[in-house]
Structure formats: C-alpha cells, structure tokens
Design a protein around this ligand. Structure first.
Ligand SMILES: C[S@@+](CC[C@H](N)C(=O)[O-])C[C@H]1O[C@@H](n2cnc3c(N)ncnc32)[C@H](O)[C@@H]1O
Length: 200
C-alpha cells in the first residue's frame, strides 16, 4: 500500500464499525463455516481492519490454534487491538503483506473485503503459498456481499480502480495464473473463492 492508501484507511478507521453493517454475526459465521476451519489451526487474517473476523476466528481455532491479524493502517490496527487485544490466541502485526514477509506457516489465509485493494495479487498469492502456507494451506477471498455492492461502495468513495469482478470471472483469472480456484459462494450475501496451489 502507498501512503495515500494508508491515509485513506486511517481516515476510515474511526467510523468503520458503524458503517460496516453487512458483517452481522450470522453472515460472518455462515461465511467462516464454509472454510473448514477447526481447532488448533493457524489462521492469517490479511487486512484485518478493525478485526471484524477476530472473535469468530479466535473461537473457531481455540486455545491450541493461532490467528495472526495483519494490517498496515495504524488507525485500523489500533482499534482492532483495543477491541480484541484480550484474545490470547490472536497476534497483531503491522505489515504490508504485499511487500514484507509475514512470520509463520498457516492453514488458511483470509482476505476479507480486501482483495480489490491488492496491487499485485498474482505475485502476492504466489509468495504467500511459497512462504506462509502449509502444504495443504488455502487462501480465501471473501466478502459479505456480491461484487455489485462492493463496486458501488468503491465508486462512491472515488476508489473505482479497486474493481472486483464477479466471483466466477475472478476464479477463472486466478486459474489462469496457475492456481486452483473454487467458488464456494456467489450470492448477494456471500462472495467466497477458495484458492489452492497445485504448483508444488
Ligand atoms: C476494506 S478494509 C477491510 C477490513 C476488514 N477485513 C473488514 O472486513 O472489516 C481493507 C483493509 O486491508 C488493509 N490492507 C490493504 N492492503 C494491505 C496490505 N498490502 N498490507 C496490509 N494491510 C492491507 C487496509 O489497511 C484495510 O484495513
């Protein structure tokens, strides 16, 4: 992320939770239940923001599991720490995950409402699979809505360049990069793509 993008998310941070009305407990649980997360797993929450997924992920992996919550916006990360710093199995890291190396190996890496903001998604996925994912690890691209909703928001916020294609189109693009993408949901409430790496 460049400085103007960091400033953009820092400015959004204080009102993020009141405006993010789609991530209701029911919807977040429904999305996460499709990801086969279980006790003892190591999870990467890439672009955790104010930590909307953290209480659910923390509970799903339990005491033997671990969640690394990554963000580059200090504004977002400060709020996430304030809300969920008490969760013993969650670690907060200020890292640009497209530029810097994340410590650890993970079963699942989740990009929740984050994918359109990536600069080099193919290279980032390649790097994550190489460095951070366990042998059967998966990267998940998810949203609590469809692409129409997301693109409208980005249009209103003058961030139309952060465009999200329909789930089946994005899965095809990712397959053309040499990964194996499966659409797990493509409804007005859930957009979920699971990406595996068959290159090893
Ligand atoms: C739209 S917000 C979503 C936040 C959270 N996942 C949610 O759904 O509430 C995108 C977040 O990704 C973070 N982000 C985007 N690109 C990043 C990068 N390369 N490294 C670290 N964080 C990044 C931003 O700072 C921002 O907090």
């Amino acid at each position: 992320m460049n400085q103007s993008e960091i400033d953009f998310f820092d400015a959004l941070a204080p009102t993020w939770d009141e405006n993010e009305i789609l991530s209701t407990p029911e919807r977040v649980r429904s999305i996460l239940e499709k990801l086969k997360i279980s006790k003892g797993m190591d999870i990467l929450d890439l672009g955790t923001g104010t930590g909307v997924l953290l209480p659910y992920l923390s509970e799903m992996v339990g005491d033997m599991g671990h969640v690394s919550a990554i963000d580059l916006s200090e504004g977002m990360l400060t709020l996430a720490r304030k809300k969920y710093g008490n969760l013993n199995n969650v670690e907060f890291l200020k890292i640009d995950f497209e530029e810097e190396q994340i410590p650890g190996k993970y079963d699942v890496a989740i990009l929740y409402s984050v994918y359109p903001h990536l600069h080099t998604p193919a290279d980032t996925m390649e790097w994550l699979f190489k460095v951070n994912m366990k042998p059967d690890g998966v990267i998940v691209i998810a949203f609590p809505s469809d692409e129409i909703f997301i693109n409208n928001i980005h249009h209103e916020r003058k961030a139309s360049h952060d465009h999200l294609p329909p789930a089946h189109t994005l899965a095809e693009i990712i397959n053309n990069w040499g990964f194996r993408a499966t659409v797990l949901a493509a409804t007005p409430e859930e957009y979920i793509i699971e990406v595996k790496n068959d290159k090893n």
